[in-house]
Design a protein around this ligand. Structure first.
Ligand code: NAP
Length: 551
């Protein structure tokens, strides 16, 4: 257990406060404790697992294969854990998170059911005062925000929502008790990854499911299956290669073959056969069949057209098929969805697709929903309406930096960070997988481990060199923000109204938030920055008389 101290005012005092006990917070705790820092983790949920603690909706699975969506920091751990399926279901990922917490004795330093409400930097003392929902103030030298990118579920702004008399569920904040839709007429709003995963499962149970679609989405079959012991073993044996590739070679942190050509370098038949091969294989690697799908619209159109053709083949009703064919954005510029029987679900007699783009929802009624052209009787509502992504959970904490400026003020026109790791004016405050880093464009665990390792090494460096304060330099930050922006605008991504752009939240600034340069490139940049004495950061020595008492 980490040692903590108590200040003269009776406040608990730690070297580091970590906010959140998801995959990022847990590994941060593990690394820092091993380095001998005193650490306290505050978690608003009643258990570990972060996004996998909250997103318990029917059909919830990771869209990255389980053998890869797992920690790599402990070979024993990756050798001993048995994933049951190609894509682990949410309960199994949560079980894994709990296993990690127990195996590494993490719980003792995590305070559950406790929100961090406020963090204020004291410039005179170079400390943070952190206020928690249980009314305590904690003093700490460093704060690490491990608050997650997709953790602030967003309720849609629809008239009359509060008047609905049946149960209303948000996929991102699903009850812990089983939900039974048997015999019910269910309305589901939202057709992103969460809606697309839950639709087939709810359709199996409900008397009738009505899916209200505003924007059609591209989805690729998961081809989920049980993993055999032989498959698991083969993967385990090549873990060194897989992990190295994911960190350095793959743009998105996922092990797969690298494409050697663009889509138009192949003739139509060859191209079709390659898309077919990836469609049959299933999963996110569909998008890495060619190297220019994210850059060139003509190339992208060939992949988009292939998927639209598949939808037309699967969905029997041509009107429904046409509605389900995405045309609003290039394929992949919104997070591509991975499904099990999503499109085929619309062939069921008990499923109706309603286009709310041409006929928007006007209001929710006590027993249903009214669009501009029809009324639907409903017993239960499922909102798969997404998240205030990347900045939403940070924004919920009142964070005060230098000169009394709050982080929400600083980020009012969009998040600004240096490397996604720190933001100028907020010393000793680190963000894991924050805006400006590859984060949500990657296999999250690869990016989480890279950030955690970088931050842990950095705090070790500060301690060994008697340094008390670290802060992003404003001009380094400006350059990085410009670079992130420039790289994004060299791709097709900004053409979509995606949550990457903040476009799903009315009033949120439209800025492409993650860094799209690839995880390997980014890792090299971070490594070089550290090797050059943390170039672009301002590091300040502890005052002589305080130096001995810093840690
Ligand atoms: P999302 O992608 O933001 O999708 C939200 C859906 O709700 C969209 O279809 C959106 O329509 C609709 N919507 C929002 N507000 C609405 C309103 N007022 N009226 C009608 N429709 C409304 O959210 P998500 O599906 O929860 O997924 C978010 C991200 O979480 C994913 O992109 C992925 O990164 C991650 N995720 C991953 C997995 C996985 O690993 N398999 C599963 C779930 C989620 P518009 O498009 O028209 O705005």
């Amino acid at each position: 257990m980490s040692a903590s101290e108590t200040s003269k005012q009776g406040h608990e005092r730690y070297d580091v406060v970590v906010v959140g006990a998801g995959f990022a917070g847990m590994y941060m705790l593990h690394r820092l404790r091993d380095l001998g820092f005193s650490v306290r983790v505050y978690e608003q949920g009643g258990g570990v697992g972060g996004t996998w603690y909250w997103n318990r909706y029917p059909g919830a699975r990771c869209d990255v294969e389980s053998m890869q969506y797992s920690y790599s920091f402990s070979d024993d751990l990756q050798q001993e854990w048995d994933w049951s399926e190609r894509y682990a279901p949410q309960p199994e990922i949560l079980k894994y998170a709990n296993h990690v917490a127990d195996r590494f004795g993490l719980r003792v330093d995590i305070q559950f059911n406790t929100r961090v409400d406020r963090a204020a930097f004291d410039e005179a003392e170079n400390i943070w005062r952190v206020t928690t929902s249980d009314g305590k103030t904690i003093i700490t030298r460093f704060v690490v925000l491990a608050t997650g990118c997709l953790s602030n579920a967003r309720m849609p702004d629809i008239n009359g929502l509060e008047s609905f008399e049946g149960p209303v569920y948000h996929t991102g904040n699903w009850p812990h008790e089983p939900v039974d839709f048997t015999g019910l007429r269910v309305g589901l709003i939202g057709t992103g990854s969460s809606g697309i995963q839950s639709t087939p499962v709810i359709a199996e149970q409900a008397k009738h499911l009505t899916v209200f679609q505003r924007t059609a989405n591209f989805s690729i079959p998961a081809r989920n299956a049980k993993l055999t012991p032989e498959e698991r073993q083969a993967f385990r044996e090549k873990y060194p290669e897989v992990r190295h590739f994911a960190r350095w070679e793959a743009r998105n942190g996922i092990y797969t073959e690298l494409p050697d050509r663009g889509a138009l370098d192949d003739g139509a038949n060859e191209r079709r056969s390659k898309y077919e091969g990836r469609w049959q294989r299933g999963g996110l690697t569909f998008m890495s069949v060619y190297n220019d799908l994210a850059m060139s619209r003509p190339a992208n159109d060939t992949a988009a057209e292939f998927v639209r053709g598949k939808i037309a083949e699967i969905v029997a009703d041509p009107k429904a098929a046409a509605l389900l064919q995405p045309r609003s954005h290039p394929i992949g510029t919104k997070r591509i969805c991975i499904d099990t029987d999503y499109f085929a679900t619309f062939n069921r007699d008990n499923v109706t697709l309603v286009d709310i783009k041409s006929s928007p929802i006007e209001e929710i009624l006590p027993h249903g929903l009214r669009t501009a052209t029809a009324t639907y009787e409903l017993d239960a509502l499922v909102l798969a309406t997404g998240f205030d992504a990347m900045t939403g959970s940070v924004a919920k904490i009142d964070i005060g930096g230098r000169n009394g400026v709050s982080l929400n003020q600083k980020w009012s026109e969009g998040p600004k960070t240096y490397l996604g790791l720190m933001t100028a004016g907020f010393p000793n405050l680190f963000i894991i997988t924050g805006p400006g880093s590859p984060s949500v464009l990657s296999n999250m665990i690869v990016s989480i481990e890279q950030h955690v390792d970088w931050i842990a090494d950095c705090l070790g460096h500060l301690r060994s060199n008697g340094l008390e304060v670290m802060e992003a330099d404003t001009s380094a930050e400006e350059k990085w923000v410009a670079h992130v922006n420039e790289v994004a605008h060299g791709t097709l991504y900004p053409q979509a109204n995606s949550w990457y752009m903040g476009a799903n939240v009315p009033g949120k600034p439209r800025i492409f938030m993650p860094y799209i340069g690839g995880v390997g490139v980014y890792r090299q940049i971070c490594t070089d920055v550290a090797a050059k004495g943390y170039e672009g950061f301002v590091l300040t020595a502890a005052e002589q008389e305080r130096a001995a008492a810093v840690f």
